[in-house]
Design a protein. Structure first.
Length: 323
């Protein structure tokens, strides 16, 4: 019988449990997808802890790879047997098989393996929209990027290198610094040892950077603002350390700064745009500019361990559940 990770109450990793579930035939517009690999993303922790509210009991996860087993009426986006992946849609990706709206599914090119796709969908598409849509980088810029050795981070390092951007990346340990540099991060700041603002000023001749990509949130907000040059942009794209509250007067005082808090869903629609974004991400892999495979794999029933490792900063790169 199919299995899925569910939770009945918000809380720590221990609220996640594996249970047997019924998965019926797909209805109109739906496809049944058998998963081969499931991505673990920090956003899953926000749902599990209640930072992002969801009706309970709930499944978890929105990013996985698999094969279409069956389609319902009125499905034109995919066919039975297609290898597919997705990064939006209802919670419930932590499962071995499930129903999904066919319109969220992206067909995978032969050259993209299931494991690479599991590292690429949410994380690669995030790098795409941050660097190509939220703050379009031309090449030649110097940027500050927090959590450079993370799942999105290691793809961002490679993307920045590929387009000629000087990336200053923050990481918490020397080991993570070496990994970020090996992926193309130009300069690393080890936050447990270095003063981020001083290092950024040194590396930019006292100017500061034009843009900071800050997925860490609460703990890094002030450093991020202090690393920007006048009229620079803070892209606050995550809250790994907790939510961000900004006094807008600070934006004026620190140099008429710009602040945006982007969410993927507003950069991925309509479906034709999502498919073009995915094509661009796949092309980065097919040209050899970006390589990604999971750094950490777990069985589906070990989702709690995967969360524990991710939220306690023990991971680098992508974590993937194997059903
Ligand atoms: N806005 C969007 O559309 C969007 C889409 C995708 C992802 N995101 C965000 O991007 C970020 C990266 O996601 P990911 O799945 O790739 O995770 P990740 O970067 O692999 O993991 C989070 C990293 O953040 C750093 N961190 C700093 N302080 C932390 C703290 N107090 N607790 C936990 N981690 C802390 C850690 O790196 P160090 O130990 O090196 O500091 C940790 O490894 C997340 O914030 C996520 O929500 C946003």
């Amino acid at each position: 019988m199919p299995q899925a990770v569910v939770f009945d109450r918000v809380g720590g990793p221990e609220v996640l449990r594996l249970q047997q579930v019924e998965v019926g035939a797909p209805g109109p517009g739906q496809a049944r997808v058998r998963h081969s690999a499931i991505a673990v993303n920090f956003i899953d922790i926000y749902f599990r802890t209640g930072l992002y509210p969801t009706p309970l009991p709930s499944g978890l996860g929105s990013d996985a790879v698999g094969v279409v087993e069956a389609i319902g009426p009125d499905v034109s986006e995919v066919a039975v047997g297609d290898r597919v992946a997705y990064l939006v849609g209802p919670q419930g990706a932590y499962s071995d098989v499930r129903l999904l709206p066919a319109q969220v599914l992206i067909r995978l090119p032969d050259a993209i393996s299931d494991l690479t796709a599991a590292c690429l969908m949410m994380k690669g598409m995030t790098a795409q929209y941050l660097f190509r849509q939220v703050f379009p980088l031309q090449g030649g810029e110097t940027i500050l990027y927090h959590a450079a050795a993370g799942g999105v981070g290691l793809i961002a390092c490679q993307w920045a290198r590929a387009i000629g951007v000087t990336m200053i990346g923050t990481v918490s340990t020397e080991e993570k610094a070496a990994i970020a540099q090996a992926h193309g991060c130009t300069h690393t700041i080890v936050t447990s040892r270095d003063n981020t603002v001083e290092r950024v000023k040194e590396l930019t001749g006292g100017q500061g950077v034009a843009v900071v990509f800050d997925s860490v949130g609460k703990d890094t907000l002030q450093d991020s603002l202090n690393c920007l040059r006048p009229r620079g942009t803070l892209v606050s794209n995550g809250t790994s350390s907790g939510p961000v509250l900004v006094d807008t007067m600070q934006l004026a005082a620190k140099g008429s700064l710009w602040l945006t808090r982007p969410a993927m869903m507003h950069y991925i629609m309509p479906r034709s745009h999502m498919l073009s974004m995915a094509d661009e991400v796949f092309a980065m892999v097919q040209s050899g500019k970006i390589r990604c495979l999971p750094s950490h794999t777990y069985a589906l029933g070990e989702a709690a361990q995967a969360h524990q490792a991710l939220e306690s900063r023990q991971t680098t790169g992508a974590s993937v559940l194997l059903p």
